[in-house]
Each structure stands twice: as C-alpha cells, then as structure tokens.
Design a protein around this ligand. Sequence first.
Ligand code: NAD
Length: 499
Amino acid sequence: MSTRIDARLWAADERTTVIGGEWQGGDGDQIEVAEKATGEPLLIMREASLEQLDRAVAAAKAAQPGWAARPADVRAGVLRRAADLLEQHHDEVVEWIVRESGSVPAKAHAAEYLQALDEFREAADLAERTVARPLPPHGEDASVAERVPYGVVGVITPWNVPFTLAMRTVAPALALGNAIVLKPDHQTPVSGAVLIGRLLEEAGLPAGVFNAVPGQGPSVGSALVTHPDVSMVSFTGSTAVGRTIATLAAPYLKKVALELGGKNPHVVLDDADIEGAAAAGAWGNFTHQGQVCMAIGRHVIAAPVLEDYAAELARWARGLRVGDPFREDVELGPLINARQADRVMALIEDAVAQGAELLAGGERRGNFVQPTVLKGVTPAMRAYAEEVFGPVAVVVAAADDEDAVRIANDTEYGLSASVHSASPERAEAVADRIVSGMVHINGQTINDNAWAPMGGTKASGSGGRFGGESNADMFTYTRWRTVRKDADRGHFVARPAVP
Ligand code: NAD
C-alpha cells in the first residue's frame, strides 16, 4: 500500500470534495483559500453543490451498515493505520495547518498533530472496549444493553483548530460504526477535511464511509443539517450559528451535539502566586492569537493583587512576538481574516473610549494584532460580555471571593474556567460555584485531550461530552436487546375465543 497522502496534489487539482471514495472538484461557487499570514492564494476551489451533498449522504448511507458490521478490531485497525500514516506525514500536516489557519508550528504540532494521533488511537481502543453490557434476565434467556451507531453523522467544524476539531468527531464516530459527511470551514478545507480523507483512504477505510463536502455554512452546512438521511449532527462553532443549527434540526428530532463559544474566567485570589497565575493567564489568553473557544475571556483578579497581576500580564504581552508563523520564529500569527481583526480592534477601541486602561498592545498591522491588555474593564464595555476571539486580555477587579464567583458567572457562556490560590481548598470552594463544563485549579482554561470529558454548559454547548468513554454516549444510542428460545406468550388470563 502506498503511504503518500499528498494533500498538495488533491488541493492543486481542486479535488477537495470526496463522495463514495471519489475525489472530485466541487460544482458550487468558487472559493479562494488564502495563506492567512500573506493573503496569497493557497488554492482556488469550488464548494460542493447541494446535489453533491445529496450524493455524499447517499454514499454514506449505503456504506454505513457494512462498516458497522465489521468486527471492532477491523475498524480499530483502520484507525491505528491512519495514526501511523499521520506520524509519517507530520511535516506535511503541520505545514498545511500553519499556512492555511495561521497557527504557529508549536500549536499545529501539539494541539493538532499530537492530539489527532491520540484521537485516532483512543478511538481505536474505544471500538474494541465498547461491548454489549449484560443485564439481569427477567424471564428471558438473555438481556443486554448494546451500543448502536446513529448511522450517518454530519460534521460541521470551524477554522481555528481545523484538524483536531474534525478528528475528535470523525475518529470516534467511525470507530463505533457510523459513516461521516464532513463539512469543514471554507477557509480551511485542506486541514479540515482533505488531509483527514487522504489519511483514512490510505489506511484502508472502505469507500463511502468518509465523505467531505467543503463549502459555506448557510448553503452546504444547513443542507447537511436538514438532510433526512443524516441522523446525527456534530457541530463545533459559534453560539450564534449553534442556535441556527438547533433550530434547523429541531423538526427532524435528530441527535444534535453542539460545542460552542466561551467567555472563560481566569480567577486569581489574593493569596495566589501572581507570577505563576500571570504566566498561565498569558498562555490561556494569547495562544493561537486568542482564537480558541476555551481561551481566557476574563481575568477576574482580587483587588489587592490586581496591579501586580496586570503589570506582569502586560510584560508577557509585550514579550510575545507576532508575525508570519511559516517564515518567522513567533508566538502569535495572524487573525483568520480582516473582518475578525476589524472586530477585535473595535472591541479594544470601545473599551478604551469608555475608560479601560490600555497596558499593552492595541495596535494592528494588517490582520496581525498585538497582544493587548485592558485593565478596568466594566460591564458597560463590549469586551466584558462578548467572546473576543483575539489576543485581548480583559482584566476585571473582584472585591473578594464572593465577588469573583459573581463575575465569573456573569455570562451566558459556561465552557471552561480556572482558579488560582495558594490554598487548593479555597480555590476549589470558588470553583465549585462557577458554572462551567471544565474547571482547572491553578491551571488555565485551554485544556483538552482525547480522554477527558470536553464540553460546555449554558450557551457553550448542548451538554454532550467529547473524549474517552463519553464518546460512546455521544456517537451511539443504547438499545435493550432480549433473546428467548420460546415465544413470550404474554400474561392474559383469558384464552383465545373458540372459532
Ligand atoms: P462559525 O459558527 O461561524 O462557523 C462554524 C462552522 O459552521 C463553519 O464550518 C461554518 O461554515 C458553519 N456554518 C456557518 N453558518 C452555518 C449555517 N447557517 N448552517 C450550517 N453551518 C453553518 O464559527 P467560527 O467563526 O468558524 O469558529 C469560531 C467559534 O467557534 C467561536 O465562537 C468558538 O468559541 C467556537 N468554537 C467552539 C469550540 C468548542 O469545542 N466548544 C471549539 C472551537 C471553536
């Protein structure tokens, strides 16, 4: 078997749509995919048409029962081979992610390549350990709770962590016997779908089990959500679009998993190690230019240590280098597009106009925004409530622990949180009262791996969890199966009437 994935060839030929094992150009509108740091085109492609989407769903529907019927170790074997192939293609995968999404190589390596390896291998193990659970028989010969794949899973993913966020659904959903139709964001179709399709194809996944339909959200994306043969939708993206997806899917009563935005509090109590808390705060806020759902959205700092913390955070902000992550040695690359850079600058200007103190940054060169620290942010400012999705630290003063809890919860979101204190017990007492899907004591908010339950509450998600055992609940339903040798004759006392 060849071990080449050559995404470059597929992308150059504009073959970014995969239907039933066939790579083809899209029949829809033309899309230019730019290198985010330079604005130069990486590829010009066409999005999949609605007719191609129909064919992709039909291919998935036809291939799924045969795939689900394969023994678990065969499904696991395909995923393990895909992981081995990914190891061989580290450099190609990292380069695509860096150039297509504007990630620095360290993020592309750790948060995408390494995590995707773990996602493949954990999913393979999950396939093998997900077995029917015996139940006490009640008159039957056998009674079990078995796991059944949903069928065709439609996957819609964002551009910020395009490879991993697709992989964390694709790998476990496949492992458990589902087929996939994946719609990556139109700004990252290669990292978000082509690379994954090529790895799975070379690993021996049967044709039709994985399909990809790159395209725009409102056209291809919404048609995928409402397609009657798509039995589950796994969506990762903004809360605004998540609400649209939930509304579109509602009449079909299909399973919908929503992983959405955040405004994650980083709480620092008055006895915390300020230098350590600020280092965690800088990492949690500025990683990937702040374009991470779990990024720190608010630094909630006890008033007595506010000045020291903010000064230390500003020192971090001034020390981080910003530039082209493919050609320069930098910690931060560009924002995804000009519209997002405009929005981030507008949030900074609004805060400063209303009295926030600019301790660092605040400048922009093209789509590159300097790491920025805003002190004294109040609820009247947009940056207090809105998810920034940029390298902007929003520092808010808290009078005491009670006030810190109030500020941490003063948001519609509930994804991740962190709390710093010299006393882990005191930090945990605060953490217990923060409403969030994840919380890290003396850590920071960006934390994810293939085993831990990842997901949000409130407006950050619909309650499901990715990772480890949670993936079995996410990508299968449980069916109760009983078996008898002789007919169950029921319990009527009367007899059938004499003819
Ligand atoms: P987005 O919601 O704009 O787009 C996400 C995906 O949805 C894209 O593929 C897009 O094409 C598609 N889409 C857009 N409109 C659609 C529609 N009407 N119907 C169907 N699909 C549609 O989000 P984004 O800007 O790409 O990503 C950033 C957002 O994602 C942030 O809010 C971030 O917090 C969130 N996010 C959440 C997680 C998580 O795990 N909770 C992870 C990463 C990103």
